[in-house]
Design a protein around this ligand. Structure first.
Ligand code: NDP
Length: 325
């Protein structure tokens, strides 16, 4: 084991006493995380899977989509941090350790998600797909712009990301309606909840999905939701593919009930080459990158959580894997 006896280690009884953090991700660069975490916690023993060393040293895991059985070798875990916002890869798993499980929800992630959704909504609000099509036809096509306050945007799911997105849209001047399963209050946003869903949908021209994927939300955005929207409404999915009934969306796009969709997430990723979305002119596809965790900001939360757990406090952004978010 790497023996790091920094200031912190000396204060708290040495690096062995502090334990190690094990990093696991097939997608993220551990170097960036190591640098920020070490600047926050200089004596942190940062290890990158599969260089585990002595499994008994591992107290903290920072992982994205750990494989089944991943946690089993580590008897002294005290904290698991999901390296992202969505915890669907942990939800319902029987192999999770009985320790606090936190996720990431940092300012950098929120800023990126806001940029994705604002771009997507503005693209529809300012008729950009029509101008892209007109350009291909060398056609000067004038469409009289509509004031933003007359354009009703709906946001499903008013959690960290959904509420930030809804606020940002309202600040820009859109008429924003939000919906969640429980009552929420966001300045400038007309919030609806529970049974009021269909009333809310009938007012919405651009619908944004920011719901987490849980057993309750799987397939929640189905033909009845698309049918409740005004004909030709636009749909943006920036959370998780399986929240949407994909065949119902394909059908709604074909019939014109949904006039256009911006999709970042899908049932199967990468989206299979023969999927009908690829051939649909009115569908914009991005490869699951609406937002990411930004190490510079998120690692500070990880460090804070390690401090909290060491001091016997509850970590930030605690999740309940059996609930799914
Ligand atoms: P949060 O957990 O903060 O918010 C989820 C919201 O949905 C909460 O307000 C919650 O209510 C509400 N909710 C939960 N279950 C239901 C339900 N059955 N019906 C209605 N509302 C419900 O998550 P975030 O806002 O941080 O993130 C949302 C999702 O975005 C993530 O789960 C992730 O999947 C996705 N994501 C996608 C990214 C991408 O690149 N495409 C990047 C980052 C995240 P309450 O808390 O009151 O129970």
């Amino acid at each position: 084991m790497q023996n790091l006896q920094g200031e912190e280690g000396l204060t708290n009884g040495g690096a062995n006493a502090e334990g190690a953090l094990l990093f696991y991700s097939e997608f993220d660069d551990p170097g960036e995380w190591r640098d920020v975490l070490k600047s926050e916690l200089p004596s942190l023993d940062f290890r990158v899977y599969p260089e585990v060393g002595n499994p008994e040293d591992v107290r903290y895991v920072l992982a994205w989509k750990p494989f089944p059985g991943f946690f089993e070798p580590f008897p002294n875990l005290s904290l698991v941090v999901n390296l992202g916002a969505g915890i669907d890869s942990l939800a319902g798993r029987a192999d999770l350790p009985d320790v606090p499980i936190a996720r990431l929800s940092d300012d950098g992630m929120i800023a990126l998600m806001k940029s994705y959704v604002l771009f997507s909504v503005i693209r529809y609000a300012r008729d950009i797909p029509d101008f892209e099509q007109a350009k291909r036809l060398s056609e000067w096509r004038y469409i009289h712009p509509r004031p933003l306050h007359r354009i009703k945007v709906g946001v499903l799911g008013l959690g960290h990301l959904g509420s930030a997105v809804a606020s940002a849209l309202a600040n820009l001047g859109f008429s924003v309606h939000g919906w969640d399963h429980v009552e929420k209050s966001i300045a400038g946003v007309e919030c609806h909840f529970g049974e009021a869903r269909d009333d809310f949908l009938s007012k919405v021209e651009i619908l944004v999905n920011m719901l987490p994927l849980t057993t309750d939300t799987k397939g929640l955005i189905d033909a009845s939701v698309f049918g409740a929207l005004p004909k030709g409404a636009k749909f943006i999915n920036a959370s998780r593919g399986p929240v949407v009934d994909e065949p119902a969306l394909v059908e709604a796009l074909r019939s014109g009930q949904i006039g256009g969709a911006t999709l970042d997430v899908f049932w199967t990723e990468p989206l299979p080459a023969d999927h009908p979305f690829w051939q649909m002119e009115n569908v914009l596809i991005t490869p699951h990158l609406a937002s990411i965790t930004v190490p510079e900001t998120a690692a500070r939360d990880v460090a804070e959580n390690i401090r909290r757990v060491r001091n016997g406090h509850e970590p930030l952004h605690l999740v309940n894997p059996s609930r799914g978010y």
